[in-house]
Write a protein that binds this ligand. Structure first.
Ligand SMILES: Nc1ncnc2c1ncn2[C@@H]1O[C@H](COP(=O)(O)OP(=O)(O)OP(=O)(O)O)[C@@H](O)[C@H]1O
Ligand SMILES: [Mg+2]
Length: 611
C-alpha cells in the first residue's frame, strides 16, 4: 500500500498558480466561437455593476435636493419624481441584465465544457497503447470528468464573477472619485493597508490548507476506488478492518484540514468587514465635521450619504475575490492537466498517403524486429518469421517470453525500434492503421465486455449488423448454446463487464465478435485459465472453424491444441528459439520437446488420478 501511496496519486495534486497567463490565454481561446455571447455578457455585467453603484448616487441627489434651500417645494417634488423613476428604471434594468447575463454565461460555460470534453475524449481514444501503459485509467477518467468540470467552474463562476467583482471595485473607486476625490483619498488610505494585509495573510494560509485538503481528498478517492474495485482481493485477504482504519484516518485528516481552512475564512471575513465599518465610520465622521455649524464646507451631506453607501459595497467583491482564489487555483491546475493530455501527439502516426490494401491476402513478415515497450528493455530481439496467406502459425513459450508482444506489433499498437514488419509486402508504417486493424480479428487473453446486451457485445453496437447475422455467428462458434439459456437470450444485459459469465463463455462470445467482421487474419491469444472440459471442446471446435481459410496466429498454452498448425514458433526470452512443425520440433532436443513432455506428463497424471 505504501508504495502505491507515493506513486501516481500525488501527481494529481500539484497545484500551480492561481493565475497563469499562458494557460488563461489558451483557455480563453476556447471562448472564441462564443465571442459574441461572451462580449454581451461582459457588457451586461458592466451594466449591472453600474446600476448598483448608481443607487448611492441617487440617494445623494435626494439628500442634496432636500438640502437645497434655493429650490421651491414644487421643484423638489418633481425632482423627486424623476429620481424615483430613474430608480425604478434601474431596478428593472438590473433584473433583466442579471437574468440575461446569467443565461449567457451558463450557455458559454456549458458550450466550452462540451467542446473540451468531447475533444479530450476523442483525443484519449486516439492515443497509442504506450500512453495507456503510462497513464492509469483512474487518472484519465478524472481528466475527462472532474478536471473538465473544474474548467466549467472556472469559466462560469471564476472568470465571470471575477469580471463582475473587478467591475464593482473599479466602479466604486471611479464613482467615488467622480463625486469627491478628496474623500476618496481618505477612504482608500484607511482601507487599502488593512485589506491588503489581511488578504495576503489569508491567501497564504488558505492556500496551504486548501492544497493539503485537496491532496488528502485525492488520496481518499483513489483509496476507495482501488479497494472497491478490488473488493474480492480485499475480502479474500480479510483486509476490511485495516482498510477501514486507514480510510477513517484519511477522512479524519481531511476533516481537520477543512476545519482549519474554514477557521481562516471565519477570521478573514470579519476582518474585511470591520475594515469596511471603519471606513464607513470615518466617512460619517468626516461628513459630520463638514456639516458642523461654522465649518468650511467641502462636501455636501448627500455626498456623505453616497460615500457611506459605496464604502459598504466595497467589501463584498474583495472578500469574493479572495475566496475565489480556490476556484481559480484548482481550475488552473485542472486546465494544465487537461492541456497536457491534449498536447500529447498521437504516437502511432498514420501515413499521409497510405499504401492501398486491395486484394489483401494476409501475408505477415517480421524482419529482424527489435522491440521494447520502454527505451532499451528489449522484449523482442531480432525476431524474424513469415506467415504465408492462409497459413496457421502457433507461438509457444514461457510466460513473459514476448508472445503477446508480437501480436501487439502485428496490429501496430506499438511501433518497433529496429527491423521491419511487412504486411502483404508493405511496411506496416505505410499502411492505414485503421484499415489494417479492420482486417484483423483479435481474440485476447482477457475478453473485455462492454455494458449493453450480449448482441451489442458481438456486433460492438454496429446497427448495420442484423440480428440474424449475430445469431448465425454465435451458432457457428458454439456460443449460441449458453446465450440462449440466458434469461433474455441475445438481449440479456451484460453485468459488470461480464462478471457473471465464465471465462470460457466470454471467450466464445469474443469468437463471435471477431467473426462478425469476417477478418482476413485471425489472431488468438489463448486464455491461460482453466476451462472446463465441455467448454474446452466447444472452444476447440470453434477455433478450428475460425482458422479455416484465414491466415491465423495462435498463442497456445496447451500444446494439444496446435498439433496441426503449419508452423510452431518457440519463443524464449524475446527471441525465436526454434521453429518448425510439431513432428520436426519433437525430433529436436529443444524447448518444445521439453514443454511437450512436461504437459504430456501432467495430462497423463490428471488422467491417472481421474481413474
Ligand atoms: N505494456 C507493457 N509495458 C511494458 N512492458 C510490458 C508490457 N507488456 C508486456 N511487457 C513486458 O514484456 C515482456 C513480454 O510480455 P508478453 O506479454 O509479450 O509475454 P507473453 O509471452 O505474452 O506472456 P504470457 O504467456 O504470460 O501471456 C514481459 O517481460 C512483460 O513484462
Ligand atoms: Mg500473453
Amino acid at each position: 500500500m505504501r508504495g502505491q501511496d507515493t506513486k501516481g496519486y500525488f501527481e494529481d495534486e500539484s497545484l500551480g498558480k492561481a493565475f497563469d497567463l499562458r494557460l488563461a490565454k489558451r483557455l480563453l481561446s476556447y471562448l472564441k466561437p462564443y465571442i459574441g455571447k461572451s462580449v454581451l455578457a461582459v457588457f451586461l455585467l458592466l451594466l449591472i455593476a453600474n446600476a448598483q453603484l448608481a443607487t448611492p448616487y441617487l440617494l445623494k441627489s435626494i439628500v442634496d435636493t432636500l438640502e437645497n434651500d434655493a429650490l421651491a417645494d414644487d421643484a423638489k417634488l418633481s425632482l423627486f419624481g424623476i429620481i424615483a423613476l430613474v430608480f425604478a428604471g434601474l431596478v428593472v434594468l438590473r433584473f433583466l441584465a442579471e437574468y440575461l447575463s446569467g443565461v449567457l454565461i451558463s450557455i458559454v460555460g456549458q458550450n466550452v465544457t462540451y467542446d473540451l470534453r468531447v475533444r479530450v475524449f476523442s483525443h484519449i481514444q486516439k492515443m497509442s497503447l504506450k500512453f495507456f501503459d503510462r497513464n492509469p485509467v483512474g487518472r484519465l477518467i478524472t481528466r475527462s470528468t472532474n478536471d473538465i468540470e473544474a474548467l466549467n467552474q472556472f469559466i462560469s463562476v471564476g472568470v465571470m464573477t471575477t469580471v463582475q467583482d473587478v467591475f464593482m471595485l473599479g466602479g466604486i473607486v471611479l464613482w467615488m472619485t467622480f463625486t469627491s476625490p478628496g474623500l476618496t483619498g481618505i477612504v482608500l488610505a484607511i482601507t487599502v493597508p488593512g485589506v491588503l494585509g489581511a488578504s495576503i495573510w489569508f491567501r497564504g494560509k488558505a492556500r496551504r490548507s486548501y492544497r493539503s485538503s485537496r491532496a488528502i481528498l485525492a488520496r481518499i478517492n483513489s483509496f476507495s476506488n482501488e479497494n472497491i474495485t478490488g473488493i474480492n482481493t480485499v475480502q479474500l485477504f480479510s483486509r476490511q478492518n485495516r482498510n477501514a482504519a486507514k480510510f477513517s484516518q484519511l477522512s479524519g485528516d481531511f476533516q481537520n484540514e477543512w476545519i482549519r481552512a474554514i477557521r481562516y475564512q471565519s477570521i478573514y471575513s470579519p476582518i474585511i468587514e470591520n475594515v469596511g465599518y471603519l471606513a464607513a465610520g470615518a466617512v460619517l465622521l468626516f461628513g459630520a465635521w463638514q456639516i458642523a455649524p461654522g465649518a468650511a464646507q467641502h462636501i455636501s451631506l448627500g455626498t456623505t450619504v453616497a460615500f457611506f453607501g459605496w464604502v459598504t459595497m466595497l467589501f463584498n467583491p474583495i472578500r469574493d475575490l479572495a475566496m475565489k482564489y480556490d476556484i481559480m487555483q484548482s481550475a488552473m491546475a485542472s486546465s494544465e492537466r487537461v492541456f497536457k493530455i491534449l498536447n500529447r501527439p498521437e504516437e502511432i502516426v498514420n501515413p499521409a498517403e497510405p499504401q492501398p490494401l486491395e486484394g489483401f491476402a494476409g501475408r505477415i513478415e517480421f524482419q529482424n524486429v527489435w522491440f521494447a515497450y520502454d527505451d532499451e528493455n528489449w522484449v523482442l530481439k531480432n525476431v524474424s518469421f513469415t506467415v504465408e496467406p492462409g497459413q496457421k502459425i502457433a507461438f509457444v513459450g514461457a510466460t513473459g517470453a514476448g508472445k503477446s508482444s508480437v501480436i501487439n506489433l502485428i496490429c501496430r499498437f506499438y511501433d518497433i525500434q529496429r527491423g521491419r514488419i511487412l504486411i502483404d509486402g508493405k511496411d506496416i508504417r505505410e499502411i492505414d492503421k485503421y484499415e489494417l486493424r479492420r482486417k484483423i480479428g483479435l481474440v485476447l487473453q482477457d475478453v473485455f465486455l462492454f455494458s449493453g446486451s450480449i448482441a451489442d457485445n458481438i456486433s460492438l453496437g454496429n446497427p448495420e449488423i442484423p440480428r440474424e447475422k449475430i445469431r448465425q455467428t454465435a451458432e457457428y462458434v458454439n456460443a449460441a448454446g449458453f446465450i440462449e439459456k440466458l434469461p433474455d437470450g441475445y438481449d440479456s444485459e451484460v453485468q459488470e463487464r461480464g462478471a457473471t459469465l465464465s471465462v470460457g463463455e466470454r471467450q466464445l462470445l469474443s469468437f463471435a465478435r471477431a467473426l462478425t467482421y469476417d477478418p482476413k487474419i485471425l489472431i488468438l491469444d489463448e486464455a491461460t485459465s482453466n476451462i472446463d472440459t465441455h467448454t474446452e471442446i466447444l472452444i476447440q471446435d470453434a477455433v478450428k472453424k475460425l482458422m479455416a481459410e484465414r491466415t491465423s496466429i495462435v498463442i497456445a498454452h496447451r500444446l494439444s491444441t496446435i498439433r496441426n498448425v503449419n508452423k510452431i514458433i518457440v519463443m524464449h526470452k524475446g527471441e525465436i528459439h526454434e521453429q518448425g512443425t510439431h513432428e520436426a520440433l519433437l525430433r529436436r532436443d529443444g524447448i518444445y520437446r521439453k514443454l511437450h513432455r512436461l504437459q504430456y506428463k501432467t495430462e497423463a497424471g490428471d488422467k491417472d488420478s481421474q481413474e
